[in-house]
Design a protein around this ligand. Structure first.
Ligand SMILES: Cc1cc2nc3c(=O)[nH]c(=O)nc-3n(C[C@H](O)[C@H](O)[C@H](O)COP(=O)(O)OP(=O)(O)OC[C@H]3O[C@@H](n4cnc5c(N)ncnc54)[C@H](O)[C@@H]3O)c2cc1C
Length: 469
């Protein structure tokens, strides 16, 4: 028997033992072993991120089943990769070789919605849009709204500390997670946080888990803060002959004390890509299209004031939407932008650099220079009100030279973001894609402390290994 064959036999025996142990606490239909099926759980939606081959995929339905999985993983020292809907854009949900993929998508019940306490208690697999609609029916609002909201899960949103379109007014996921139930690496169940309006008992472990990318424990239940549902928002579209003028408008709006419920920017490349994908009839002559929205009691008055600021910044056209339906159409276009840019050349690398708003114009100019230098198409879509940009490098993955230039430009944009006082990731997380960049941003002492925290929760290093650092 060759060494390779012997190794394969050994691997099969190890996997067989693992599967047998898992089946002692899970129903057979919750344990997937067919390689044709398990391979489909290997990746999230990020390009350029290596992924391993899972040994097994498990789909638990109860907290006890998750605890069982973690006890088996600890006993057999098998890595565990938690997954939601795998819409992540940093490789944070990618499998590692021989791992248990722990998909939380079947734990998808909304357990409670309390209009008095203004909270929802949910399992991690609840899809963001499902929760949003359910609370809307009771006159409540769950603000964090990633563009992927129809697919992504609350567990994934917590794992990546997701943002979205309305964060400029309402903040990001971290601001809405009050408490968590977490299954630890050894299978113990820990509750963090609160369901009260206030609470400061001990270290804020809830916040530590938000954005931890599945590296500290498995979120099995979340208590989320809700708000009263605001009035429907009205959107204004402003066209600019340069990205710099659009960024100037953003600065004027924020400096003027306005509080838009959304302030988004799309450059000409993005607008064209959306029209090509969905025939939305957006204006293609514009270099930058700014969408501003208000959900106040008099949104028309707010839009008039903001429209005037856009004109003062050089807008060539300012068009307020006539009604909520037209507003929704503009938002749909914006939500399509990353998918549309992917269709340009088949593959994208999506940067997530967030800079102080006052430096947004410099980031856009620098990105244009980088695109020219590398002879690439880079579409820019941005949560402009947050300074959070997604310069999206479009390339043909089958062309190694172009793919190499895409990776270089992706990195140069992060370097530029750091130079401008920003961060390498505003909302998509570090995952595999930005590992070296985390160290550049937080420095060696920062990395050492983060590793020490990880060691407390996961002394055997079995939780989502190879991510973050
Ligand atoms: C078209 C498109 C648009 C997008 N727009 C936005 C946007 O506007 N804003 C934004 O922030 N992101 C956006 N994203 C990125 C992505 O949708 C978010 O990061 C989302 O939060 C991921 O959720 P998911 O359920 O797909 O999680 P996954 O990708 O499956 O997992 C994400 C991370 O969370 C961990 N995780 C998942 N569930 C658990 C759990 N129960 N316990 C512990 N860890 C867990 C995983 O290990 C991984 O590290 C977009 C993606 C796409 C494809």
């Amino acid at each position: 028997m060759s060494r390779i064959e012997a190794r394969r036999d050994e691997d099969t025996a190890v996997t067989g033992n693992l599967v047998d142990r898992l089946l002692t606490g899970l129903p057979a239909d919750a344990v997937l072993t067919d390689p044709d099926v398990t391979v489909s759980y290997a990746n999230d939606m990020a390009s350029f991120c290596p992924a391993g081959t899972p040994a097994v995929v498990v789909l638990p339905r109860t907290v006890e089943q998750v605890q069982h999985v973690m006890r088996v993983a600890t006993e057999l020292r098998v890595p565990v990769v938690p997954q939601g809907a795998r819409t992540g854009l940093s490789g944070a949900a990618n499998a590692s070789d021989g791992c248990i993929v722990l998909s939380l998508t079947k734990m998808d019940r909304i357990l409670e919605i309390s209009p008095v306490d203004r909270i929802a208690v949910v399992e991690p697999g609840v899809v963001n849009a499902t929760l949003s609609r359910a609370v809307n029916e009771l006159g409540l609002y769950y603000p964090p709204d990633p563009s992927s909201w129809e697919m992504c899960t609350i567990g994934g949103n917590i794992g990546t500390a997701s943002g979205g379109l309305c964060c400029v007014k309402y903040g990001v996921t971290a601001e809405y997670v009050l408490g968590l139930d977490v299954v630890l690496a050894d299978g113990r169940l820990m509750s963090t946080g609160r369901r009260t309006a206030k609470g400061v008992a001990g270290y804020d472990l809830t916040r530590l888990f938000v954005g931890s990318e599945g590296s500290l424990g498995i979120v099995v239940r979340a208590t989320l803060a809700l708000r009263p549902q605001p009035p429907e928002q009205l959107v204004l579209a402003a066209e600019f002959s340069s990205g710099a003028a659009a960024c100037d408008a953003v600065c004027r709006i924020m400096e003027g004390g306005h509080v838009p419920s959304l302030l988004e920017l799309m450059d000409r490349t993005t607008v064209k890509a959306i029209n090509e994908l969905a025939h939305m009839g957006l204006p293609e002559t514009t270099e930058a299209l700014l969408l501003a929205a208000f959900d106040t009691t008099d949104p028309a008055a707010d839009l008039t004031a903001v429209g005037a600021l856009c004109e003062a910044a050089g807008a060539t056209q300012v068009v307020p939407a006539e009604d909520a339906a037209e507003s929704e159409l503009l938002l749909q276009a914006r939500r399509l932008s990353l998918t549309a840019l992917e269709a340009v050349k088949g593959t994208t690398m999506i940067d997530d650099v967030c800079v102080p708003r006052s430096r947004l114009g410099e980031l856009l100019e620098g990105t244009e220079r980088i695109a020219e230098k590398h002879r690439l198409t880079i579409g820019v879509v941005a949560h402009a009100g947050d300074g959070n940009t997604h310069p999206t490098v479009c390339f043909d993955a089958a062309d190694p030279d172009e793919a190499g230039r895409a990776r270089e430009s992706f990195d140069e944009i992060m370097a530029l973001g750091l130079e401008l006082g920003g961060t390498i990731t505003g909302e998509h997380g570090v995952g595999v894609l930005k590992k070296e960049w985390l160290a550049r941003e937080i420095g060696p002492v920062g990395v050492e402390m983060q590793r020490a925290v990880k060691g407390v929760f996961d002394p055997l290093g079995i939780l989502n290994p190879g991510k973050l650092f």
